[in-house]
Design a protein around this ligand. Structure first.
Ligand code: AMP
Length: 227
């Protein structure tokens, strides 16, 4: 067995609002994997004002994806520093050309796909209402106002931010689906796609944890932490 046989090359995929952020942070807490998020990488480049950061900002501001060649170069460059590590890619690959470019350099062992029903995500993402004058934030599920649609203190109407409106959320989810379905299909065909379905992150997580225990090399498992 070569050194690479002892390392895990994984990716995680899930729509906005699927709980991908929560699941990723739990994975990192329980397993010694380097977490490489393409969004974080881009934001870091933007903050530092690098050439890629300046370019990326023009695309992100228009709600567009970064061109495949730029994105692939950026991520593969980062991965060069991690040849001795097990890693978890997050947000990359987002397109089939990105998946193919990654494949030319690394063999992906597993792709964790979080599959949460459209309606549940829509409910989660549209649950936030604000009182514009004070900035008070309510969440219909976790922190609802005493009366629906009305600020507790002033009695004034609550509004939704553009991003939280059902029309916008549906558009984002449809765009995600259209964009990533071919990537999921690509990994399905390769036999490395592992789909976890459910409506609650806390119920999905134990399955992801149990699955990773069978996949992550012993040397990258943290012994003492409970899921
Ligand atoms: P995220 O935090 O993953 O939602 O990424 C923020 C933004 O960065 C996205 O909306 C895209 O514009 C861009 N981005 C992140 N990852 C990729 C990728 N793999 N390919 C193209 N664009 C990306």
């Amino acid at each position: 067995m070569g050194a690479s046989a002892r390392l895990l090359r994984a990716a995680i995929m899930g729509a906005p609002g699927s709980g991908k952020g929560t699941v990723s942070s739990r994975i990192i807490k329980h397993f010694e994997l380097k977490h490489l998020s393409s969004g974080d990488l881009l934001r870091d480049n933007m903050l530092r004002g690098t050439e890629i950061g300046v370019l990326a900002k023009t695309f992100i501001d228009q709600g567009k994806l970064i061109p495949d060649d730029v994105m692939t170069r950026l991520v593969l460059h980062e991965l060069k520093h991690l040849t001795q590590c097990s890693w978890l890619l997050d947000g990359f690959p987002r397109t089939v050309p990105q998946a193919e470019a990654l494949d030319r350099v690394y063999q992906i062992d597993t792709v964790i796909n979080l599959n949460v029903p459209f309606e549940v995500i829509k409910q989660r993402l549209t649950a936030r209402w604000i009182h514009p004058a004070s900035g008070r934030v309510y969440n219909i599920e976790f922190n609802p106002p005493k009366t629906v649609g009305v600020d507790d203190l002033t009695g004034e109407p609550l509004v939704q931010r553009e991003d939280d409106k059902p029309e916008t959320v549906i558009k984002r989810l449809k765009a995600y689906e259209a964009q990533t379905e071919p990537v999921l299909e690509y990994y399905r065909k390769k036999g490395v796609l592992e789909t976890f379905s459910g409506t609650e992150t806390n119920k999905i997580w134990p399955h992801v944890y149990a699955f990773l225990q069978t996949k992550v090399p012993q040397t990258n498992q943290k012994a003492s932490v409970h899921p």
